[in-house]
Design a protein around this ligand. Structure first.
Ligand SMILES: *Cc1c(COP(=O)(O)O)cnc(C)c1O
Length: 397
């Protein structure tokens, strides 16, 4: 079916929750996507920070095919090898001692929120259930994740949201100090805010949050759904900041496109998730964990995190050159290959103009261009995008 017919039928059959571009993709390889007509696009969105190893990676395709021939699913009433190996890998490579697998970022955050409450309940402090999160944060769209999210536009129309969430401005330790109290169970935050505008913390902020949590016995939860798995130039973003959380959530890039989420925790906290405390049918099912296990194996063998970090430095320097040339660019922000560029004008028009020239980029909050390409993106591909942006910015200024 051609693109025009697909768009027409889709718009009649699919809920309109996404404002979609009228583009259909049917094939991908590396950082390139093709529509059914054969037009190529270079992908600086990567399914929103998901396809870190690029599209249709042959090794992932093979691992999935092999697993599919063996076993797709068994219940978590039983053990399976891929789930075991993936959990062991995550424990080996992070601060955490235990992993709970689920199917998305929102679900991983649901698990984290439930675990925080259960942890204090088990200690006889059931009234200590409040979770402080950040203004402009994004934690997902399920009811609890949405309640934790610090953006009114995402909550509008869904009241009453879940009780027990309080909000402070990101990067404001004084505000957190003032808010944290005897009924605070946890502080939950993205180490670098993604959807909120690629906002980095000031140098000592996260360490100060950690200290405050230590002093008050409060749990620290990092939502690394977007920042995790090498996106920021380290395997996990917390490694940049000299802090470790008590709980961390992952999803987006963990399966390179296979839907998987994970909640990781230190043992003393994870102990509160005993038999029957939480569950999901598909969590960590063999087919998905086989995919994710191949993803992390490739990342390790091919030095993807280090390569992505170097590419991120290069990309950032090219964006800063653009910022020097164009008054419309107010700043360049981010870390690794989670990069943003704030404009003093409409970002959506630039996204559209890039698409017409065969480049996919993304705009958040109306005026911030976000670049989250596969970590395997080549300097040449970055150069081509920068040339394209340069031309577009010249034209509209
Ligand atoms: C995308 C995202 C989520 C939600 O993940 P889903 O898989 O869409 O539920 C949660 N937190 C952060 C930081 C995200 O970027």
């Amino acid at each position: 079916m051609n693109s025009a017919d697909t768009v027409k039928i889709a718009d009649q059959a699919i809920a309109a929750t996404y404002k979609r571009f009228p583009v259909v993709f049917s094939k991908g390889r590396g950082a390139t996507l093709w529509n059914p007509e054969g037009d190529a696009f270079t992908d600086f969105v990567a399914g929103i920070a998901v396809c870190n190893l690029g599209h249709a990676h042959p090794r992932i395709a093979r691992a999935v095919a092999q697993q599919a021939e063996q076993l797709l699913h068994v219940s978590n009433l039983y053990y399976s090898l891929p789930q075991t190996q993936l959990a062991a890998w995550l424990v080996r490579n992070s601060f955490a001692d235990r992993v709970f697998f689920c199917n998305s970022g929102a679900e991983a955050n649901e698990a984290a929120i439930k675990l925080c409450r259960k942890y204090f309940y088990d200690q006889g402090h059931a009234a200590r259930f409040k979770i402080i999160t950040m203004e402009q944060s994004f934690h997902g769209r399920t009811m609890a994740a949405l309640s934790a999210t610090g953006q009114d536009k995402i909550k509008k129309g869904f009241d009453p949201v879940l009780d027990g969430f309080e909000f402070v401005p990101f990067n404001d330790i004084k505000a957190l100090e003032a808010k944290i109290g005897p009924d605070t169970a946890a502080v939950m935050l993205e180490p670098i805010q993604g959807e909120g505008g690629v906002r980095c913390p000031s140098p000592d902020y996260l360490e100060a949050v950690r200290n405050l949590c230590n002093e008050t016995g409060t749990l620290m939860v990092f939502d690394e759904v977007q920042t995790g798995m090498g996106r920021t130039g380290k395997l996990f973003a917390y490694e940049h900041f000299n802090v470790t959380p008590d709980i961390m959530t992952l999803a987006k890039a963990l399966g390179n496109g296979f839907p998987i989420g994970a909640m990781l925790a230190r043992e003393k906290v994870a102990d509160s998730f005993g038999a029957g405390a939480h569950a999901t049918t598909f969590g960590g099912t063999p087919i998905v964990t086989a995919a994710a296990l191949e993803v992390v194996t490739i990342m390790e063998q091919d030095g993807i995190v280090e390569k992505g970090r170097a590419t991120g430095i290069y990309f950032r320097s090219r964006l800063e050159e653009l910022a020097d040339k164009h008054a419309m660019i107010e700043d360049v922000r981010g870390k690794g290959l989670l990069l943003g560029m704030r404009l003093n004008g409409d970002g959506d028009a630039i996204v559209k103009a890039c698409m017409d020239k065969g480049f996919l980029i993304n705009c958040i909050q109306g005026n911030i261009l976000r670049f989250v390409p596969p970590l395997i993106i080549k300097e040449k591909e970055i150069d081509d995008l920068v040339t394209c942006l340069d031309g577009i910015l010249k034209q509209i200024s």
